[in-house]
Design a protein around this ligand. Structure first.
Ligand code: ACM
Length: 712
């Protein structure tokens, strides 16, 4: 039995709980262990380390631990089916890989008896996993064994993921700390949207991403399958959609079914999106009769918003869509069907006299009203196939039937408006991974922000959110580092209580999670070095790594501007310096923390000072080595200005350290000079920027400067 204890232990002990969701029992245990560890002068190897991501809703840490024995077998003592058996098999296989302990990968079935690992599942859950599937689970680990209970197979899958994240070791053996977890998600819709139109993402990569999603309990793959740059889903009824509307890269129906099954096996729904009526070029290359203008049409090889839009005035458009949707619903069983609906510029509708006459005859006052008419017609088709319609927030216009769900990409306001008007909705504004923002920025975004004035009923309509991976500047090789590990921060925001909001602790756990994700086959860490080696043509890339960790890609907006100015197309290889670098590289946050800790007590923090000194020296020393590599690589040479700048920044850091650590005062004008150096390195080079200028600036600002002799 795990006993609750009064909160005064917290104050008495003076140990800070690592997370607000961790119970006071944990604090008591830490107190007790800290007491005995202090007596011995060592930390116990059995102390609980919270490496869970997302953090569970409730966690109590007990006493002791369960060593993983060879031959450990999971026993299902209630319901089981092939989906559960396979999930257990995968989890045990992973446990075996992770620990080298030869656990059994085949579940046994029957009464729990004295089994050390019992999985009790009440039933299969919904035949087609729905938005309100019961995803909760309870996981208890005691020194005697593991007990996982869930109402559904999906809940059990999430419990198994948590179990894998609990594994610790004492340097000799692997064990699970004694815990009791009662967990369920904050939001039922926790998605990742992948745009496979701008750049095709191969089937195997989609499967790897699904594995990553399952690891962090994301449960919706929103599959953006058509856009101006390519139609990526095979239709046997309309074969020209991919024959003419793609570059030959698309998913066959068999592959799409395989993905749907692969995702379902991991507790993940697949919501397909076919963008209409705008973002529609690829529909019209093979089927120009769908269009509102004459054509001819071609798939776009640039990015942005284009004119081609379906003709909503012709009955033939709806007959086409009826047949197409009728075919797609045999592949995608999910209750939701995404129709896009975003960024229709209305140009072709305004320029077509026949469409204008239709609008007049039907009292449709503008192109927005015409699009609403189109949406209603498509909704009728979807309803016939028992599908819920979901669209980007442009579809939210007066008169939109309440059954339509809204995906907000333009701001929280439209989501709140939708909820007030009776629509379900999900948030993506603030979760655009292609914007290259740091994980901390996404982490702060709540589908229902603090201070929201929505009523409880309206709040219930906000189902969750989706991280979005638009693929203008992403392909199968680079997509991992653009999604991971940042999507795990979104996953936590959508799963864990809002009180789990400690950014530093999130980054600590994100670092652990990133390593676990790589073990699943994702490459967000390793691909950077692989790309640098490819560009350098050698394995000796140490100095280049010093530079790379201090740099990150510019924002999506800056890259889009560059792309438009330089007429960059979908054919441009994504093998440049910017493509090799990771957004929000781990160094960025680590450096920020290091500097903050140092600045708290610069004359006392000798270890921090030494660490920073070594780092700044490395920045200085990297220059000649990087330049040598750049001399033999035109791709690397795009960033030729950077090694010299890094060396300069290293010298700024060393000088600041010297003043701060000694307490000496810098001569008048010193700060301005250093800040000028920092400023001179700010401008993007080869679409990349330094990731550490702000903390460095803070160090310079902290140096006391003499005002003697200052002249005006
Ligand atoms: C969108 O970003 N146009 C949905």
């Amino acid at each position: 039995m795990l006993n609750r204890i009064p909160s005064f232990f917290r104050e008495k002990c003076g140990v800070r709980a690592p997370s607000r969701s961790v119970s006071v029992t944990f604090v008591m245990m830490v107190c007790l262990m800290a007491g005995s560890a202090m007596a011995q002068g060592t930390a116990s190897p059995y102390a609980f380390h919270n490496n869970l991501m997302p953090e569970p809703a409730h966690l109590e840490v007990g006493h002791g631990h369960f060593f993983l024995p060879a031959g450990l077998t999971a026993t299902t003592d209630k319901f089981h089916n092939a989906r559960l058996d396979n999930a257990i098999h995968r989890a045990m296989e992973q446990l075996k890989q992770q620990t080298g302990v030869e656990v059994s990968t085949t579940a046994s079935h029957g009464t729990s008896g004295d089994a050390a690992f019992v999985v009790s599942v009440d039933g299969p859950g919904e035949a087609v996993q729905g938005v309100h599937e019961n995803e909760s689970y309870q996981l208890e680990v005691t020194p005697q064994g593991i007990h996982l209970h869930a109402a559904t197979v999906v809940g059990a899958m999430w419990g198994l993921q948590t179990l894998l994240q609990l594994v610790q070791n004492d340097g000799t053996q692997y064990f699970l700390p004694a815990v009791r977890i009662q967990d369920q998600p904050l939001y039922p819709w926790r998605g990742l949207m992948i745009d496979c139109s701008r750049h095709f993402v191969p089937v195997n990569k989609i499967k790897q991403i699904i594995r990553g999603m399952a690891a962090v309990k994301l449960n919706v793959l929103h599959w953006h399958l058509s856009d101006d740059q390519g139609f990526r889903m095979q239709s046997k009824v309309f074969p020209l959609l991919t024959k003419d509307g793609s570059d030959g890269q698309f998913y066959t129906q068999a592959q799409a079914r395989e993905i749907v099954a692969y995702a379902r096996a991991r507790g993940i729904r697949v919501v397909p999106e076919f963008d209409m009526p705008g973002h529609g070029s690829s529909w019209m290359v093979g089927y120009p009769q769908l269009a509102s203008a004459k054509g001819p049409f071609h798939i776009q090889d640039r990015f942005g918003v284009f004119d081609p839009v379906m003709d909503p005035t012709r009955e033939s458009t709806y007959r086409f869509l009826n047949k197409f949707i009728g075919e797609m619903v045999t592949i995608f069983p999910d209750a939701y069907f995404h129709i896009g609906g975003d960024e229709n510029n209305g140009v072709e509708w305004s320029h077509n006299p026949r469409i204008q006459a239709f609008m007049k005859a039907h009292h449709l006052k503008d192109t927005g009203a015409l699009q609403a008419y189109f949406n209603r017609r498509v909704l009728q088709i979807l309803s016939k196939y028992h599908k819920h319609m979901i669209g980007w927030d442009e579809v939210l216009v007066p008169g939109l039937p309440k059954s339509v769900a809204i995906q907000s990409w333009r701001g929280y306001k439209s989501l709140a408006k939708a909820a007030r008007e009776g629509h379900d909705g999900i948030l993506s504004s603030g979760y655009y991974l292609d914007h290259m923002a740091p994980a901390s920025a996404y982490y702060k975004v709540n589908p229902i922000p603090e201070g929201s004035t929505l009523t409880p009923t309206q709040r219930k309509r906000i189902l969750g959110g989706e991280a979005c991976m638009w693929s203008e500047y992403v392909d199968g090789k680079t997509i991992d580092s653009r999604i991971w590990p940042r999507a795990a921060a979104v996953a936590e925001r959508l799963w864990s209580p809002q009180s789990v909001d400690n950014v530093n602790d999130m980054y600590r756990r994100l670092g652990v999670e990133s390593v676990r994700l790589e073990a699943l086959g994702l490459t967000q860490i390793s691909q950077e070095d692989a790309s640098l080696r490819e560009m350098a043509g050698t394995q000796q890339i140490e100095p280049l790594r010093v530079l790379a960790e201090t740099m990150e890609p510019v924002s999506w907006g800056e890259r889009a501007n560059y792309s438009s100015e330089h007429k960059i197309t979908t054919h441009a290889p994504l093998d440049h310096w910017v493509d090799a670098l990771r957004p929000d590289p781990p160094f960025r946050h680590r450096f920020e923390v290091m500097v903050n800790e140092y600045l708290n007590a610069p004359r006392v923090e000798k270890a921090k000072s030494l660490e920073l000194t070594k780092m700044f020296v490395r920045w200085e020393d990297a220059e000649p080595g990087v330049l040598r590599l750049m001399d033999h690589s035109p791709l690397l040479a795009q960033a030729k200005a950077r090694p010299g700048q890094l060396a300069q920044l290293g010298r700024v850091g060393l000088a600041a350290l010297s003043y701060l650590s000694s307490g000496e005062t810098a001569p008048a004008g010193w700060k301005a000079e250093q800040l000028k150096v920092i400023e001179s390195t700010e401008a993007p080079v080869a679409l990349t920027q330094f990731d550490m200028l702000e903390p460095l600036r803070k160090m310079v600002e902290a140096v006391p400067e003499s005002d003697a002799g200052q002249t005006k």
